[in-house]
Design a protein around this ligand. Structure first.
Ligand code: PAF
Length: 288
């Protein structure tokens, strides 16, 4: 049966009870406005863990001063219904005061991996993410935490944080869920006008074309990146933030495509900034 709490002490009590019963603890950290992408994270958690906690907290620390903190969608009743439908045990939905009772003077920051891609246009964003995720890990103490592949840089940064700081848990990354036309599900898709919604599929189109090039044997990252840029440029409502071909783990740009890489895009459609990526794995026998 689903329970909901805003209290850190209550989460600790409930999780301790689940542990006494011998259950594995799964955590799905979210900012609410839940959609089928979050449902896939919850289903993955449900499949692996005996006790599933979903945190819902719009974390002010990860929003820049010009970003959409105030208008970020908040739908607690719908979120609760989705969690109930997908068999969540506990929603942890704290207030700002519960999470940050005092000025947060302690910051968790992953260096290097946070410099490029979204880190370049959202200074301080990943510091906010890693700080709140560390707090959530310390509050819930899960065995496994679930993140979406759509936020590829976030997933890589958190994997690295967990390794570097010896957090005793596993990070599971769940594939991106898409609309029928390929648009990656995102809580921010609600900002798109009908015309912008149609244009937004350009991210998926560009990634698909770029991936096809690699599958046909193209190994020059510059050529693949050019295809991404050309496809985005052909959509009048799209304004490019970045198009990159980077290593899956280090997020460093590559010249030659080999091993596991990310094709990563951030594009503004009207006022809405969307991100998407494909993971591509190439094992060229010749290079071994
Ligand atoms: O991906 C998100 O929704 C957020 O960045 C997260 C991980 C819940 C931290 O606030």
């Amino acid at each position: 049966m689903l329970e909901v709490t805003s209290s850190i002490a209550e989460v600790r009590r409930k999780v301790a009870m689940a542990r006494i019963k011998g259950l594995t603890i799964g955590l799905v950290p979210t900012m609410g406005a839940l959609h089928q992408g979050h449902a896939a994270l919850i289903d993955a958690a449900r499949a692996r863990c005996g006790y599933v906690v979903v945190s819902i907290f719009v974390n002010p620390l990860q929003f820049g001063p010009q970003e959409d903190l105030k208008r970020y969608p908040r739908r607690p009743a719908e979120d609760e219904a989705l969690c109930r439908e997908h068999g969540v045990d506990l929603i942890f939905a704290p207030s700002d005061e519960e999470m940050y009772p005092d000025r947060q003077l302690t910051i968790v920051e992953v260096l290097e991996l946070t410099r490029g891609l979204c880190g370049a246009s959202r200074p301080g964003h990943f510091r906010g993410v890693t700080t709140v995720v560390s707090k959530l890990f310390n509050i819930v103490q899960p065995d496994v935490a679930f993140f979406g592949q759509k936020d590829a840089q976030q997933a890589a940064v958190i994997r690295r944080m967990v390794a570097d700081l010896n957090f005793p848990l596993e990070i599971a990354v769940v594939p991106t869920v898409r609309e029928a036309d390929g648009l990656a599900l995102s809580s921010r898709n609600v900002y798109l006008s009908p015309e912008e919604r149609k244009a937004a599929v350009v991210l998926y189109r560009a990634l698909t074309k770029a991936k096809e090039m690699v599958e046909k044997g193209e190994r020059s990252a510059a050529a693949v990146r050019r295809r991404l840029l050309e496809t985005i440029a052909a959509e009048p409502l799209a304004e490019l933030d970045y198009a990159e071909v980077v290593d899956y783990d280090t997020l460093e740009p590559v010249d030659f495509i080999d091993g596991k890489i990310l094709l990563a895009l951030a594009v503004k459609i009207g006022r809405t900034r969307l991100i998407d990526n494909f993971v591509v794995e190439v094992r060229d026998e010749l290079r071994k």
